[in-house]
Design a protein around this ligand. Sequence first.
Ligand code: PLP
Ligand code: COI
Length: 348
Amino acid sequence: MEKKNIDWSSIGFGYIKTDKRYVSNYKNGAWDEGTLTDDANVVLSECAGVLQYAQTVFEGLKAYTTEDGRIVCFRPDLNASRMADSAKRLEMPAFPEDRFVKAVEETVRANAAYVPPYGSGATLYIRPYMFGSNPVIGVKPADEYQFRMFCTPVGPYFKGGAKPITIKPITIRVSDFDRAAPHGTGHIKAGLNYAMSLHAIVTAHQEGYDENMYLDAATRTKVEETGGANFIFVTKDGTVVTPKSNSILPSITRRSLMVVAEKYLGLKVEHREVYFDEVKDFAECGLCGTAAVISPVGKIVDHGKEICFPSGMEKMGPVIQKLYDTLTGIQMGRIEAPEGWIKEIKVD
Ligand code: PLP
Ligand code: COI
């Protein structure tokens, strides 16, 4: 199959329209059989539930070309189950998890010409989402929904560099805004969590920061996450620490990295509450997520007070680098994956 003529190594994290997308509609209590379509537009009632009360959830995962030329994706079953959790929290019908994984296969296969080649530094980002589609004016859940899945080739999320080798550490500020309330929706992937982060990210960028560190809304003493990724820290004696909270999105990358750290690299891992006061004592810091992969953090600024990580100002610290190499090695087929982590998508 011939690849599209795209300058893979220079693309950023943006939308490039591909050939096919998957659509399924929910009506009268059931999902229809679903289909691939060429139509990239969504036509909706002016009163659709999603437009009035933001009833929408989404996911994000990637497909990769392996070293030996296969197309694979990474743990799509976990995206399927997290999307079902998100849907339930917003009173939406879950899209069946087995059908979610099949839709990933179909969508990627139909757009195989857009899966960036091995070694290009780009990957195919897959965006499943669903929303309330029928008119809703009193505050209540919709009765009809649309599930869609499109994909787009992407480069790095942070502008540091185009290829892994040139990844530059990013700078983060401690935000004065909260991302998620205790007992709120921070643990699910709802569009509303991102809408409320837009002002914080725009002002962070205006002030020269790449992202916001959100603290727990109740006490403002504990580290939560950024707008689009979880934190990982490394202590001076090499323990990998990740923040635990009910209002953090349970990152699939973070959960995978904890296994990689323990089982592949023999490191100690701790998933626990992390107080902001401890952050200055860590040796390394990174952001992890599907879009972020593992992006090293060089500096965190708390209202003018700078925390600079001893390793990581110029390049990735040594432990973060090993985590990055092992995780991306598994995703690109250079390193054997744990059972069930890699789903191959056969293309004729
Ligand atoms: N946290 C937030 C708020 C996110 O949007 C994402 C991205 O999906 C993540 C963390 C990372 O999650 P994952 O590793 O499953 O992509
Ligand atoms: C992802 O990593 O898949 C996300 O949804 C994060 C977003 C900031 C692009």
